[in-house]
Design a protein around this ligand. Structure first.
Ligand SMILES: Cc1cc2nc3c(=O)[nH]c(=O)nc-3n(C[C@H](O)[C@H](O)[C@H](O)COP(=O)(O)O)c2cc1C
Length: 320
């Protein structure tokens, strides 16, 4: 038996909630433990950007605990997240993107729960302090698969466009392997998704994808393989959200941060991502490590500006 956790950013018992609960229901019927969490019902403080969490991890002082909101409810979401073998995160579409609470959740999850930051911290601390080392929560290192669901009211899919790509944010630093994503658009056409059987059936297929992935056990390739219904143009994340490098036949996957070559064959555009680029996607450990090293060798060793307090003074009250 594994544990499947759903985190909903939708209205209570509206479309997103019920679609996620359908997935949980099927997973429970297959013998898995389930949990449903609604961050909107909790008291979760916004990240103030103090970076005490990252500095704490990198300097060896702590394991990324939030210095500003030590007693809010974030630990409830964090515990649910870390207890999961499979996660399904669902968000309504607000202005083509996920909700503000979703972003707060990502910011609180962000660098402080980064798999590479914590893996390297663990190694360094064991080397340095041996048995006395202050080590991160072991659940950080547990492999997990994930699914993403976006629910948009608009009749056209194009009004949902940035939602799933942005939702990858909660899976990238935490190291969750995304196996399926789905966008239900046109939700305002019908009072409730319970009146749209094909959408509920799609959730049953998402549940089956989770059940099959969990059944793969230690076979990582089988467990983490893409099971979504659209292969997308990026071979790593299976989405198709690219930055176009102007004047060059190259694109960059917005989710993976990797470069691909653009060719046109028989009037069709092809995107070719080399094996080397695929390996450094931030959805993979090597990509996370590249970022971790960039921070460790940049932000942690940065050059100080002489007389900064004085230099700031003329700006203090501008426009205030
Ligand atoms: C602030 C706000 C912005 C919205 N923007 C979009 C949008 O850009 N695209 C879209 O498809 N739906 C948009 N919607 C509609 C919601 O996505 C829709 O009501 C959805 O069903 C909400 O999910 P829920 O029923 O699970 O709460 C917006 C709704 C709100 C409240």
């Amino acid at each position: 038996m594994a544990k499947v956790v759903a985190i909903s950013f939708g209205r209570k018992m509206s479309n997103t909630d019920v679609m996620l609960k359908e997935v949980l229901k099927k997973c429970e019927e297959a013998g898995h433990e389930i949990q449903f969490v609604r961050p909107d019902d909790l008291n979760i403080g916004t990240c103030t950007g103090c970076t005490a969490c990252v500095v704490g991890i990198m300097s060896g002082r702590n394991n990324g605990e939030c210095a500003v909101h030590p007693n809010d409810d974030f630990h409830i979401v964090e515990d649910a997240f870390y207890s999961a073998d499979a996660l399904i995160i669902g968000s309504p579409v607000y202005e083509t993107s996920p909700t503000g609470t979703f972003k707060t959740f990502c910011d609180r999850l962000g660098p402080s729960h980064d798999l590479a930051f914590l893996t390297e911290a663990k190694k360094e601390r064991i080397e340095r302090d041996g048995d006395k080392a202050l080590l991160p929560d072991e659940r950080v290192f547990k492999p997990r698969v994930g699914c993403l669901l976006a629910v948009g009211g608009a009749r056209t899919e194009n009004w949902t466009i940035m939602t799933i790509p942005v939702m990858y944010e909660c899976m990238m630093s935490t190291g969750v392997d995304v196996i399926d994503t789905h966008v239900y658009y046109g939700a305002m056409n019908v009072q409730h998704v319970l009146g749209v059987p094909e959408q509920m059936e799609r959730m049953d297929r998402m549940a089956q994808n989770i059940i099959d992935a969990l059944a793969a056990g230690d076979n990582d390739e089988e467990r983490t393989k893409w099971r979504g219904e659209d292969d997308g143009a990026c071979p790593v994340c299976h989405q198709s959200m690219f930055k176009v490098h102007q004047g060059a036949a190259r694109v960059e996957c917005a989710i993976c941060g990797i470069d691909g070559e653009v060719t046109v064959e028989d009037g069709k555009i092809r995107y070719i991502f080399s094996e080397k680029e695929q390996a450094r996607s931030r959805m993979k450990y090597a990509g996370k490590l590249e970022h971790r090293n960039e921070i460790a060798n940049g932000a942690m060793t940065q050059k100080k500006v002489e007389g900064l307090a004085e230099l700031k003074k003329p700006y203090l009250h501008i426009g205030e």
